[in-house]
Write a protein that binds this ligand. Structure first.
Ligand SMILES: Nc1ncnc2c1ncn2[C@@H]1O[C@H](COP(=O)(O)OP(=O)(O)O)[C@@H](O)[C@H]1O
Ligand SMILES: O=c1ccn([C@@H]2O[C@H](COP(=O)(O)OP(=O)(O)O)[C@@H](O)[C@H]2O)c(=O)[nH]1
Length: 235
């Protein structure tokens, strides 16, 4: 096994499936099954979940609304997604817990590094909700931050595309796909698959980033086992 402990960033958009908004339970169930498969390989997993399927702060700001309020709404969206993923995991017998960066004790536990490490040690899949808890950040940055706090061996970004390309492959179908890159190359070439703050934080903490398609069932386990299709970023 290439890694023994990883953090998986699940894009909010992935959860909406073909319906274009919200949560497709069948997709959440499939992602949960992928997580269970990797867990069965003996890998410790924690998860940061996005919120873009429900709300993005920039969408409010671009229509003349207040960015900070928009970001608060976006962070709340990640909590909704985290609860859905926990439900899907619990249903298939995987013990999972949601820790939120924004306190909402009636709904889930609040994040602390201590609690997160204790739950992981107890064998639970820890789902981090609420992003970093601060506006003007993204859940990619939250993923790099939690990856550093959990001391994992790699940050897996499960997204809409199967790796990092020389340009956005959705806009430029002829873009070249990279097998490997360094953090520096992503920043230097301005590759937009992950935000700059997230890549810089991962670089500083020497955390490899693995970008792969979350839409391919079983791909997470294949990559962990050294197969599959992904771009691996390391220093
Ligand atoms: N150089 C690039 N390589 C790969 N994907 C890119 C690149 N530039 C832009 N993208 C786009 O970035 C998207 C992933 O970023 P983002 O929308 O933040 O995803 P997520 O919702 O998974 O966090 C991909 O769906 C892809 O269309
Ligand atoms: O630390 C964070 C993480 C997220 N957000 C807000 O939550 C939204 C949803 O997160 P993101 O866009 O990262 O989700 P994804 O792209 O993974 O679906 C963002 O647009 C921001 O408005 C935020 O304010 N701070």
């Amino acid at each position: 096994m290439r890694y023994k402990s990883v953090l998986l960033k699940v894009s909010g958009e992935a959860l909406m499936g073909a319906q274009g908004f919200g949560i497709d339970v069948a997709v959440a169930d499939r992602i949960a099954a992928d997580i269970r498969q990797v867990r069965e390989l003996g890998v410790k997993i924690s998860v940061v979940i996005g919120g873009g399927n429900i709300f993005r702060g920039v969408a409010v700001a671009s229509k003349g609304g207040d960015r900070v309020t928009g970001d608060h709404m976006g962070m709340l969206a990640t909590v909704i997604n985290a609860l859905a993923l926990r439900t899907s995991l619990t249903k298939i017998g995987v013990d999972a817990i949601v820790l939120s960066a924004i306190a909402m004790p009636e709904i889930c536990e609040s994040f602390s590094q201590r609690a997160a490490l204790a739950h992981a040690q107890a064998g639970r899949v820890v789902i981090f909700a609420g992003g970093t808890g601060n506006p003007f950040f993204t859940t990619d940055s939250a993923a790099a931050l939690r990856a550093a706090e959990m001391g994992v061996e790699a940050l897996f970004k499960g997204t809409q595309v199967d790796g990092i390309y020389s340009a956005d492959p959705k806009i430029h179908p002829d873009a070249e796909r990279y097998e490997t890159l360094t953090h520096d190359e992503i920043l230097r070439k301005g590759l937009a698959v992950m935000d700059i703050a997230a890549v810089a934080l991962a670089r500083e903490n020497h955390i490899p980033i693995v970008v792969f398609s979350i839409h391919e069932g079983g791909e997470f386990a294949r990559i962990i086992s050294g197969q599959g299709r992904a771009t691996i970023v390391s220093d």
